[in-house]
Design a protein around this ligand. Structure first.
Ligand code: CO
Ligand code: CO
Length: 325
């Protein structure tokens, strides 16, 4: 993450008054104003399989890519497939299943897949480039969190650890099924709920983990946060798999990266910190809103949408996030 930030800093920065949200690392998608009441939301995401089944992977990758538009409060409209595929090693049916999964997820979101591009590669990779729209005054970025805001989380944490246990052949079927259920749940309901609850700031939780995305949001909003580690919902089995050592390398890198940006109460274990840093695929939204907004949001909660209060925004201190137990 830090290496990539270094590379990006070497590139010329775009100068365009219509670019409302650009390359801030805390934000999920770019927002580009077309007119006074219409802006484009654009994002791209693709990655290597997190589950064995191509159809399920297609669904997860599509839900994950669409999430960055939802995290900005946008409405996704169209998408392009991005595929890397070992044409000589894997059967064509695998590719059909993969794309069918992506297509079905897009359709369920009301999104039309309008094309795409495939390259030959040793390892499959799949995702979408997504285009959506938002009102240029109404998108929700990582900026805007205010002291006194409540932090809500809409999905449990731990998909990186559960899928690592799966790859090691050490996972229970029910635990994987629950992780897959959440990874294939669109953040659409959460996005609509946070718009109606007048949220101040939001991001989705993906590769940098809960702590990484939260420290980024705090930096972007010039505030700090108190995270109540015992309130954070973990996927069933995740803590047990972390204890067994099934912690992905990306999760360890995340924890190394945030160490000097957080303060940790002595009672918080390293295992819990690993979970709070776990690299998520198609994770939930983490939303900052005032207490009234949090109440309004909670009325939308259900089996596919959590509204768990995991902490508060506080005035800026020297550490971005205070992790308490
Ligand atoms: Co994102
Ligand atoms: Co993304």
């Amino acid at each position: 993450m830090s290496d990539l930030a270094y590379v990006l800093r070497q590139l010329p920065r775009p100068h365009d008054a219509n670019l409302l949200v650009g390359d801030n690392p805390a934000d999920d998608a770019a927002v580009y104003r077309l007119s006074d009441d219409l802006a484009l939301v654009q994002t791209v995401d693709f990655f290597t399989p997190v589950v064995d089944d191509a159809y399920t992977f297609g669904r997860i990758a599509a839900a994950n890519a669409l999430s960055d538009v939802y995290a900005m409060g946008g409405r996704p409209l169209t998408a392009l497939n991005i595929v890397a595929f070992p044409v000589k090693k894997l059967a064509a049916q695998v590719l059909v299943d993969l794309l069918r999964g992506g297509s079905e997820m897009a359709t369920s979101a009301g999104v039309t897949i309008v094309g795409g591009h495939t390259v030959e590669d040793d390892e499959p990779k799949y995702g979408l480039a997504v285009t959506g729209t938002v009102h240029p005054d109404k998108y929700i970025s990582a900026r805007g969190a205010q002291p006194g805001d409540v932090l809500l989380l809409t999905k449990p944490i731990g998909t990186g650890i559960v899928t690592t246990a799966l790859k090691a052949g050490q996972s229970h079927e029910a635990h994987v099924a629950e992780a897959v259920r959440w990874m294939t749940t669109l953040n659409r309901a959460g996005s609509e709920a946070m718009l109606s609850a007048a949220a101040h700031a939001a991001t989705d939780i993906t590769g940098f983990g809960l702590l990484g995305h939260l420290t980024d949001l705090c930096a972007a909003s010039e505030v700090s946060a108190v995270l109540d580690s015992e309130a954070v919902p973990f996927l069933p089995g995740a803590l047990e798999y972390a204890r067994m050592g099934h912690i992905p390398s990306g999760t360890r890198t995340n924890l190394d990266f945030v160490r000097d940006r957080i303060s940790v109460t002595p009672g918080v274990s390293d295992l819990v910190l690993a979970l709070l840093s776990d690299a998520q695929t198609s994770g939930g939204l983490r939303i900052a809103l005032d207490p009234h907004g949090a109440e309004a949001f909670a009325r939308h909660a259900g089996v596919d949408l959590l509204a768990v209060q995991v902490g508060q925004i506080v005035p800026r201190t020297d550490r971005g996030v205070q992790v308490r137990n």
